[in-house]
Design a protein around this ligand. Structure first.
Ligand code: HC1
Ligand code: SF4
Length: 573
């Protein structure tokens, strides 16, 4: 411990803290802008400067370590003026079109301008009229709004190990861009959207597809159905001011009905179907000497990363489509037949916590009925915007129920939304298939939690399954490298592109650094996922009556020829 003083307050703090952390512990707020804990701690923007007695210059509190006897001033006239000038200089180069910005009222630059009482702009900057990069199916970059904080660069390089964006040029000409000024569409971007989640302003956003959905909803010829991913229900409440980790499944369903969707379905149902197919694939490969480990294929950011960086593992990937794509395919085949609706008139919208799913939905190979399985993917944020635009008072909605005939899902389906969930759901089913017995539900604690890589050997019916789970592409890289080097051997591997899994997907509500740095969003949202699992009566995929019915009436058995035609795919080398 060391003794320091901040604004005259004597404090005893741990010696490896920064001034920012020590001040926060004492409830003294120091403004920040580029800082994002564990991701971007570079002291670049100089918003958090403080005065230290005896030091020649002001120091950045986010990187300056505490030391015995430090006397720190966070609100001296020098500090206040320096912060204001810095902020005004940033604003002089920013387009300031707040009213039409996707981040209006959720922008760290806007908040800071209010908090620092910026009421005039003393500096005229360079004109900001750079072209947008809007060629990617998932991500739009607007350099006119970029404040060069480098959070996107850090998350892409250090967390995801993808490194497709970086700072280029110098001085006033500095920009964040891709190599040779290419579009994100033309570099090996995985479309994971983690860069959007950390952007403090509106310089990075998802492609807005809400217009296409409004149009479809207004078309009397179309049967417009919607499905929601497991992770959306534990995050969308944040868009309406509810605490992180609020579970609002029923309100979300009601809001979707109010928006005019003909049916509101749950992607969890298809997650159950995925488990039937993937579990069968795993057992077949183990028993018949197939390619091991089987690696999960639900996360399209991970698939793209694999195609670009680890093509040698493409044969390891499960051939299963991701659950929402399976659902789209089922809706345009089985459901179309069952209800007598022309599949060409069925318009499938997926609400996903993910930006890469926008890219995935466009893949030509995902089209079981001859046209795209899923027509439009909206992020959790885009759905919230539609709800607001429709004037729906989300928080006062009654709880609704997913629609039949496809509305039944299980706890196994819902846990897909958290890292380790696909693995756990698969184990719950595989254990019973292998042993031919029904067990009391087993919760596989070893594969839960937000550690980057988890490993477990699970014994089921006399068979040992060596399992590993990685979340975040940097961890996926480590795991794959260790398999490649022969240092580790597994039978079944789950990989999710986003740190923490889908709960922390690139399409989820954005929390500012002031919240995100000190609250683990991944853990809070995952807790809500596991609470939902516990609340459901059926918690094993193979016990889902709709899934059973689909096999009885349509697919025959898991892994059948028909199941392969509709529910499976291949990857691009
Ligand atoms: Fe996911 Fe999945 S869990 S990929 O994270 O397998 O996006 O939530 O919908 O498809 O079910 C996302 C979440 C989601 C799929 C499922
Ligand atoms: Fe990097 Fe993911 Fe952003 Fe692409 S979407 S630039 S891979 S962080």
């Amino acid at each position: 411990m060391v003794n320091i003083t901040i604004d005259g307050k004597k404090l005893q703090v741990e010696k490896d803290m920064t001034i920012l952390e020590a001040a926060r512990q004492a409830n003294i707020k120091i403004p920040t802008l580029c800082f994002l804990k564990d991701i971007n701690e570079i002291g670049a923007c100089r918003m958090c400067v403080v005065e230290i007695k005896g030091a020649r210059a002001l120091q950045a509190a986010c990187v300056y370590p505490v030391a015995e006897g430090l006397e720190i001033y966070t609100q001296s006239p020098n500090v206040r003026e320096a912060r204001k000038v810095t902020l005004e200089l940033i604003l002089s180069n920013h387009d300031k079109k707040c009213l039409t910005c996707v981040r209006n009222r959720n922008c760290e630059l806007q908040t800071l301008s209010e908090e620092l009482n910026i009421n005039e702009l003393r500096f005229e900057g360079e004109s900001t009229d750079m072209p947008l990069d809007n060629f990617s199916p998932s991500i739009v970059r607007d350099p006119n709004k970029c404040i060069l904080c480098r959070r996107c660069v850090s998350v892409c390089r250090n967390v995801q190990t993808v490194s497709v964006i970086s700072a280029a040029e110098r001085g006033f000409k500095s920009v964040i861009s891709c190599a040779f000024d290419k579009s994100l569409a033309d570099v090996p971007c995985t479309m994971c959207g983690q860069c959007i989640s950390v952007c403090p302003v509106g310089a990075l956003k998802e492609r807005d597809d809400t217009g296409r959905v409004w149009e479809a909803l207004a078309d009397p010829e179309l049967h417009v159905v919607v499905q929601t991913a497991p992770a959306v229900r534990v995050a969308i409440g944040e868009e309406f001011g509810l605490p992180i980790g609020s579970r609002v499944t029923g309100k979300m369903v009601s809001a979707l009905s109010r928006l005019g969707f003909a049916k509101v379905f749950d992607t969890d149902t298809a997650a159950d179907l995925t488990i039937m197919e993937e579990g069968t694939e795993l057992l077949n490969r183990i028993r018949n000497g197939g390619k091991l480990p089987v690696i999960t294929s639900c996360s399209p950011g991970w698939i793209k990363f694999c195609e670009h960086n680890y093509p040698e593992f493409l044969d390891n990937l499960s051939s299963c489509k991701s659950p929402h794509e399976m659902f789209g395919a089922v809706l345009k085949t089985y459901y179309a037949e069952k209800t007598g609706i022309d599949p060409a008139k069925i318009f499938v919208v997926s609400i996903m916590p993910c930006t890469a799913k926008k890219f995935e939905a466009q893949r030509p190979e995902l089209s079981a009925a001859g046209f795209a399985d899923v027509d439009v993917v909206l992020t959790t944020r885009e759905l919230a915007k539609m709800i607001k635009e429709a004037g729906i008072d989300f928080n006062s909605l009654e709880d609704g129920q997913f629609d039949d005939p496809m509305g039944e899902a299980t706890g196994a389906g819902v846990i897909f939304g958290a890292t380790g969930g696909v693995m756990e759901a698969a184990l719950r089913t595989v254990a019973e298939i292998v042993s031919g017995k029904s067990f009391d539900l087993v919760e596989y604690a070893a594969v839960r939690g937000i550690e980057g890589i988890k490993e477990a050997t699970i014994e089921i019916g006399g068979m040992k399954v060596r399992a590993a789970v990685a979340n975040g592409l940097g961890n996926a890289r480590k795991l794959l490298d260790s398999i490649k080097a022969g240092e580790a051997q597994y039978d079944f591997v789950e990989i999710m592109a986003c740190p923490g899994g889908c709960v922390n997907g690139g399409g989820q509500p954005i929390q500012p650094s002031s919240v995100r740095s000190w609250t683990d969003l991944r853990a809070e949202r995952a807790k809500a996922i596991y609470r939902e699992d516990e609340s459901l009566t059926i918690r094993k995929s193979h016990e889902n009556p709709i899934v059973q019915e689909m096999y009885e009436k349509y697919f025959g058995e898991p892994g059948s020829h028909k199941a392969h035609k509709v529910l499976h795919t291949h990857y691009v080398r």
